[in-house]
Design a protein. Structure first.
Length: 322
């Protein structure tokens, strides 16, 4: 895949194109975002405190995201398999097809060679169980961020045509506690993660920030890296370690807006500008889709559609700046 470093066998190009085009098209509709944050069992006081703090930071970031959101955060004794199941079932009953689900798992995971488990107070939850619960949620756009140890072992079962899965490790055999979790959460709080300076931190920007910081951590500590973050787009693509904003996978990961900053956040809280902000985001996604479909369009159609969308975007931005 152009612009992406892949693992495993050859990329299934045709299937990948269909997945990305369908999901990018889905971003043009108005959507509510459901954030589910879960801090699993620490096993010892240091990890317990660390995981709870990360969950609290995720909760604050989601609630300040500057978009219509519903947030569920489970930590400590509340982070049980039953409570997680109930939370996801509740979302399944309320969510619409054009909504977005973002679920982040923080804590310890285990992998025995065939089965991944997310460690929780009481019974653990398996990747298979999570997959069964998630597939019931109507939201056609889902981002699952598994920052636990051995999280790479969960990807195969969590993959789905309507889903992007991020894992802190490339395989279930990477079993040490991760630092990727810390930097993923930090990315949602650091304006420096907004590399394109559009006042929106996307999942692509958060992934790039966290992987860069993780690599720097191991280099500074002069330690051999025991985690290598990956992500998977849809059900049929290879695992990816990186993607550029203009690649198919990069566009899809970038379509998940996780946090808005500054004026973008203010506009989201201003009833008079909410409709304009949604229109702006729809036009930005439309421009991405036009660029993505360029190869299948005549040069004249491409230039015409792109020019129309850019003019419309400039007018909306002008109204937002008033």
């Amino acid at each position: 895949m152009a612009g992406a470093a892949s693992l495993g066998g050859p990329v299934r190009v045709a299937a990948q194109l269909l997945v990305v085009a369908a999901l990018l098209t889905g971003t043009l509709a108005r959507a509510d975002v459901y954030f589910v944050n879960v801090a699993g069992l620490g096993g010892e006081p240091d990890y317990e405190q660390r995981f709870k703090a990360l969950a609290a930071d995720l909760d604050r970031s989601a609630k300040a995201a500057g978009m219509p959101v519903q947030v569920v955060t489970l930590a400590g004794p509340q982070a049980t398999r039953e409570n997680l199941h109930q939370a996801l079932d509740g979302i399944a009953a309320r969510a619409r097809a054009d909504d977005v689900l973002v679920m982040t798992l923080v804590g310890h995971g285990s992998f025995d060679g065939s089965q991944y488990k997310f460690n929780l107070p009481g019974p653990d939850v398996t990747a298979e169980q999570l997959s069964q619960w998630l597939v019931r949620i109507p939201a056609k756009r889902q981002l699952i961020v598994n920052t636990t140890s051995a999280s790479g072992g969960s990807v195969a079962l969590l993959r789905h045509p309507d889903r992007v899965v991020v894992a802190a490790t490339k395989a279930g055999s990477e079993k040490n506690a991760t630092v990727f979790a810390r930097y993923w959460v930090e990315a949602l709080q650091d304006p420096g993660a907004d590399t394109d300076k559009n006042q929106v931190i996307t999942a692509l920007e958060a992934f790039q920030y966290a992987t860069r910081k993780t690599a720097a951590f191991y280099q500074t500590e002069k330690r051999l890296a025991t985690e290598h973050a990956v992500f998977a787009v849809g059900a049929g693509s290879d695992l990816l370690r990186d993607a550029t904003p203009d690649s198919e996978a990069g566009r899809l990961l970038a379509s998940f807006a996780l946090v808005r900053l500054g004026a973008a956040n203010d506009a989201a809280g201003d009833p008079a500008k909410v409709a304009l902000l949604r229109q702006k985001e729809q036009l930005e996604q439309q421009i991405d889709l036009i660029k993505y479909q360029r190869a299948a369009m005549s040069p004249q159609d491409y230039r015409s559609q792109l020019a129309q969308a850019l003019v419309a975007l400039a007018k909306v931005q002008q109204e937002l700046d008033k």
